[in-house]
Design a protein around this ligand. Sequence first.
Ligand code: SF4
Ligand code: MG
Length: 332
Amino acid sequence: TNNILQVENLKKYFNVGRNQTLKAVDDVTFTIKEGETFGVVGESGCGKSTLGRTILTLYNHTDGNVQYDGTNVHDIPEEERFKLFRQMQMIFQDPYASLNPRSTVKEIISEPMEVHGLYKDKHVRLEKVYELLEEVGLNRDHANRYPHEFSGGQRQRIGIARALALEPKFIICDEPISALDVSVQAQIINLLERLQEEKGLTYLFIAHDLSMVRHISDRIAVMYLGHIVELTDSKTLYDEPLHPYTNALLSAVPIPDPDLEENRSRVVLEGELPSPINPPSGCVFRTRCPLAQDICAQKKPTLTEVENGRHVACHLYDPEIYDMDSTDLTKM
Ligand code: SF4
Ligand code: MG
């Protein structure tokens, strides 16, 4: 399979006054294969939403590059970038905030088609709206209603229908289920999976909780303070996390089996998430890492493939720095 998206050394910095810089995304590199679901997980403030928006060019980038299907998305004229939105779309966390309360569902879903000059005939466009409503589990009777008449889950379905209106190939899902009731979350995940299969979609799926991305993702990148600290296929990440931060995130996920729960070593994160305006020197995780050593303050670990497809940014896995046999990982 082809790589549909290639992100190379991407940086997104914000100037926040008094010559201070917020490094929201700092030197991030990864690729997404066509048809894949690539999860990005991390605490709020880790840069995952900024990463999504910078990929979609909703933000200008600071450095590095993003290639979608071979096109450098930050390097093309506005007009071409606009056309690119037919292929790259976004589903937002809060469907209510992202749907205009004064527009009917029909208007909301047909707006992108109008803006992009698709289905110029009104009747054809309306048929397309009906079709999209059915694809997301709603129906044509919903077309003339307003967002407030729907439940949270239904509103997210409307948001998904709108994202699908331009028949994109790649969708960034920015915490699409975080604001929904637990009972509804699985329905939306199932819908996204069905649509992916039917339409051959590729997803970048952003979440703050590993349990939310585990089942839908093929591979997962864990972010901390603007950096990817671990990147691996989702089963391996879940069963055998390498990075101490991944370990801590997993400790926060409850295991349904009480026996397993009892035997598990827990890592509780100490201290606050440091400010991305003034991140720690060396490894950005070192102020909260139970295994931090002197080297961690001096040298920034780079994301390195330590095994086939398993990438981690931690000195513990650098044989030149650490002797693994003498490091007691059970303390983690
Ligand atoms: Fe912890 Fe050091 Fe690894 Fe960073 S590099 S995660 S501080 S052991
Ligand atoms: Mg966010």
